[in-house]
Design a protein around this ligand. Structure first.
Ligand code: ZN
Ligand code: ZN
Length: 417
């Protein structure tokens, strides 16, 4: 039987695993319950398993018995360390993230979260089930597998840079040699119909950083602003000036998004406070724009503050870099997806997504591709269904076998090149 049929056969188990994880979501880098469920699901498979120390990650290595492929994609000679002649063959990494979000679930599903205020609202529960399924499918083919597969079960995608921690703990060297390619799938509760996949070469998701700003003036009586140095109008001016910066200083075809998400100052109506502070998320789609926005935003804020005789402390907290899909790996992955799901169910994504991903840290070191997989429930319109991170977002289980098969085929076919 083919991978797709085998995946269909284990679909009920994948649904069960996914729903178990959905019922007991965990946030951040420490997800002991989710880790246990993964270890249970991998039990008995011929894998070398290690767990993280700084985070509750699971790394599983499956070593094939077959002779290795060259590890290079067609004539592109993609990877300098192509492993031709090495009997162990090349290494491919597959990644699934594990963490949930601080969202109070409102789906009404019978397997809804049992943990108050925590929900798998980004579908990472599906990623875990699909990746565990792929481990099953590939383990069954171990003897003929022409190389090694690293399964990267990763906590802390939602703002905790779990991928960076796993890289620091050696996930990219788990097989003893670097992967020639890395792939990640991400489900979407809206925008794409169930089972439809989309990707693009080059920038796939934005870089995201946090801009932290505190304006310091001097407080006083609200009726006598001339005797104080009021930080509030200065901070307000900064908020609007940042929008002008975006539209006047950056190429519309290399866009920048700055959104001020918090703004705090003062206590009562007639007291001028000492300080005003705000936080903004800053999204860019190229390393050049990312560098330039840092420099120009800080210069702008400093100029506004000094013009009004107050001081400002501002800085960027490191976030996630741009997620860049390798062109050749993306072509390869799209072809595999089209063969598996059908040509009409594999779309070329026109623009990058404005969200951000810590798989970007992996793709900084290993060429690879990140693909979206539609999981919009039947009967819902992908254009209007609640999207990822919404309290009523529903991800359809029917895509689990397709996702597991896609992970497995990506590894299988990439190792066979
Ligand atoms: Zn998310
Ligand atoms: Zn996500």
């Amino acid at each position: 039987m083919g991978v797709r049929d085998d995946a269909e056969a284990i679909a009920p188990e994948l649904v069960r695993l996914r729903r178990d994880i959905h019922r007991e979501p965990e946030i951040g880098l420490h997800l002991p319950g989710t880790q246990d469920k993964i270890l249970d699901a991998l039990e008995g498979l011929p894998l070398e398993i290690s767990v993280g120390t700084a985070l509750s990650s699971v790394t599983a290595v499956l070593r094939g018995g077959g002779a290795g492929g060259a590890g290079a994609l067609g004539g592109d000679a993609l990877s300098g360390d192509a492993l031709s002649g090495d009997a162990k063959g090349p290494v491919v990494l597959l990644r699934g993230d594990m963490d949930a979000l601080p969202v109070a679930e409102r789906t009404g599903l019978d397997y809804a979260s049992q943990t108050e205020g925590v929900m798998h609202a980004c579908g990472h529960d599906l990623h875990v089930a699909m990746l565990a399924g792929a481990a099953r499918l590939l383990a069954a083919r171990q003897r003929d597998l022409p190389g090694t597969v690293v399964f990267m079960f990763q906590p802390g995608e939602e703002g905790h840079a779990g991928a960076r921690h796993m890289i620091a703990e050696g996930v990219l060297d788990a097989a003893g040699q670097r992967p020639v390619a890395a792939y990640a799938l991400h489900v979407a509760s809206a925008e794409l119909p169930a089972g439809v996949c989309s990707t693009r070469p080059g920038p796939m998701l934005a870089a995201a950083e946090i801009l932290e700003v505190t304006v310091r003036g001097h407080g006083g009586h609200g009726s006598q602003p001339h005797l104080a140095a009021d930080p509030i109008p200065v901070a307000c001016e900064m908020v609007t000036a940042l929008q002008t910066l975006v539209t006047r200083k950056f190429d519309v075809f290399d866009p920048v998004v700055i959104t001020v998400g918090t703004f705090h100052a003062g206590t009562v109506d007639n007291v001028i406070p000492d300080e005003a502070s705000f936080l903004a998320t800053v999204r860019t789609f190229s390393p050049a724009a990312r560098d330039r926005v840092r420099e120009s935003a800080l210069a702008l804020l400093g100029g506004i503050a000094s013009g009004h005789g107050v001081t400002v402390s501002a800085g960027f907290r490191d976030g996630y870099p741009v997620t860049v899909n390798d062109a050749a790996e993306t072509r390869f992955a799209a072809r595999v997806a089209a063969e598996l799901l059908g040509e009409e169910r594999c779309l070329a994504q026109p623009d990058p997504l404005t969200g951000a991903e810590d798989f970007s840290f992996v793709l900084e070191q290993v060429p690879g591709a990140y693909l979206m997989l539609g999981a919009c429930p039947p009967g819902a319109d992908p254009a209007t269904a609640p999207n990822n991170h919404a309290a009523d977002a529903v991800f359809d289980d029917s895509v689990l076998s397709a996702g597991a098969a896609l992970y497995a085929e990506l590894a299988l076919q990439r190792l066979s090149l």
